[in-house]
Design a protein around this ligand. Structure first.
Ligand SMILES: [Zn+2]
Length: 247
């Protein structure tokens, strides 16, 4: 094999997932989830989740500000939520057990949207020397995937996907905190959320916690970052950004 042949096969092996491939995969994955999972018919809950999402995405910069954000509430026990690179936000009703206030749910959704705006899925997809790029592209879009009998599994449990890296998680924690504060949600609620997550960890349903270890360190560093984003929260309050989303 000459060196050009070698290069070609290396690039085939490592592959390269583009942003637009991921966005297309997100659209089709989200449509599949709507077909397979139970969609909540509780209009109050649906409006509540939409209200929080609207407040958060209103603070995004371009190109994300121009996305046609698509929000769905699934009536499923998983304590989880996700956002996909095409601008899809999915929330499972199980998360209400741990995200008990609008501010706590804004902390979850801000974190997930931050993974999108930080381009984490694309980096994750391209960090894998995937043997099956097709499967990867189809399922890497979100933090959750379904197995072949329709159970929702987290990527890490499937073994195909890696959860986001620790450094990506820290980045998303800070960017998510900034996002919620800028939207006028109380940033301290993120610390409460993680405490609730840790307390609910004994539950058998797969949760956000499976891909998001809730270490004491994480709670401590979030606590420190709350002080950093307080000026953003205060500016939002002064500007009249005071979301009032309720169930
Ligand atoms: Zn995360």
């Amino acid at each position: 094999m000459n060196k050009f042949g070698l290069l070609a096969s290396v690039s085939l092996l490592t592959g390269c997932v583009t942003a637009s491939q991921l966005e297309q995969a997100s659209v089709s994955e989200f449509a599949k989830m709507r077909e397979t999972l139970t969609i909540s018919t509780n209009d109050r809950d649906r409006a509540y989740v939409q209200c929080i999402a609207d407040s958060i995405v209103a603070q995004l910069d371009e190109p994300y500000a121009s996305y046609d954000w698509d929000v769905e509430l699934f009536d499923e026990a998983e304590k989880n939520a996700f956002a996909m690179p095409g601008g899809q936000i999915g929330v499972f009703t199980g998360i209400f057990e741990v995200a008990q206030t609008q501010d706590q749910l804004a902390a979850v959704m801000g974190h997930e949207v931050a993974h999108v705006t930080l381009g984490h899925s694309l980096k994750r997809a391209n960090s894998q020397t995937a043997t099956n790029l097709g499967i990867l592209v189809g399922s890497v879009a979100s933090e959750v995937v379904r197995d072949n009998v329709g159970l929702i599994l987290l990527g890490a449990q499937v073994g195909l996907l890696l959860p986001f890296s620790r450094s990506q998680e820290s980045e998303a924690d800070l960017a998510g905190l900034e996002l919620m504060a800028t939207a006028g949600f109380r940033p301290e609620a993120s610390v409460d959320l993680w405490r609730n997550m840790a307390a609910a960890n004994s539950s058998s349903t797969p949760s956000f916690l499976s891909t998001h270890p809730s270490s004491a360190n994480r709670i401590e560093s979030l606590g420190e970052q709350v002080a950093v984003v307080m000026p953003q929260y205060q500016r939002a309050q002064a500007a009249g950004l005071r979301p009032a989303c309720s169930r």
